[in-house]
Design a protein around this ligand. Structure first.
Ligand SMILES: Cc1cc2nc3c(=O)[nH]c(=O)nc-3n(C[C@H](O)[C@H](O)[C@H](O)COP(=O)(O)O)c2cc1C
Length: 174
């Protein structure tokens, strides 16, 4: 585990210079939950960041059969970690292989980092958004207003949405 302040500086949500649509939808992120001794992460490209209940928030959408879902259920919070392009292969691996089949704590090119509040992220990240879970809900097909959305769920594994209050944003020092 590396000491965060050497590598990262804290920034306010409104000072985030990167485009959040690109960060989530194109760069992708790792959602990580658990403890230093036992954590799991998965690649995600669906999610949102914004302002809700007078708080900066991050929303993630996780299907119930992901191992990361189990870790999210047990954890008070999670991190969303973003990486430079050179880490795409790692993101592909974490997005196509479950922690049920490999030990994701041993994935090459990732060095775990414990934040001061006990969340897990990685030394190689360029940006870390650290969240406290404050709300969840499950996608409900009976509430779809656009019926094409049902096609996203042929096996009816509707995502669970977690809303996390953003507690810290850490940006890699230049
Ligand atoms: C680019 C990309 C984006 C993904 N986005 C999501 C997502 O937003 N939500 C989700 O539940 N799964 C998403 N996945 C799938 C999970 O990352 C994948 O099923 C992963 O193997 C789950 O790992 P786990 O079982 O260790 O949690 C995505 C995969 C890729 C490659």
């Amino acid at each position: 585990m590396y000491f965060m302040d050497k590598l990262f500086e804290q920034i306010k949500a409104e000072k985030l210079a990167d485009n959040i649509f690109k960060l989530i939808g194109k760069d992708w992120m790792l959602i990580t939950a658990g403890s230093p001794a036992d954590y799991n992460m998965m690649t995600a490209s669906w999610g949102c960041a914004g302002f809700l209940w007078s708080k900066p928030v991050m929303m993630t959408f996780v299907r119930p059969h992901r191992l990361t879902y189990e870790y999210l259920e047990k954890s008070p919070g999670f991190t969303c970690s973003f990486f430079e392009e050179e880490h795409r292969e790692m993101l592909n691996l974490c997005g196509t292989t479950s922690g049920r089949d490999i030990n994701k704590m041993d994935v090459d090119g990732l060095t775990p980092l414990e934040t001061p509040s006990g969340h897990i992220s990685f030394k190689e990240a360029k940006l870390i958004i650290e969240c406290r879970k404050i709300y969840f809900d499950d996608v409900k097909p009976e509430l779809f207003l656009a019926f094409e959305l049902e096609k996203i769920y042929p096996t009816k594994d509707y995502h669970r949405m977690y809303i996390g209050e953003i507690r810290q944003i850490w940006e890699r020092k230049k």
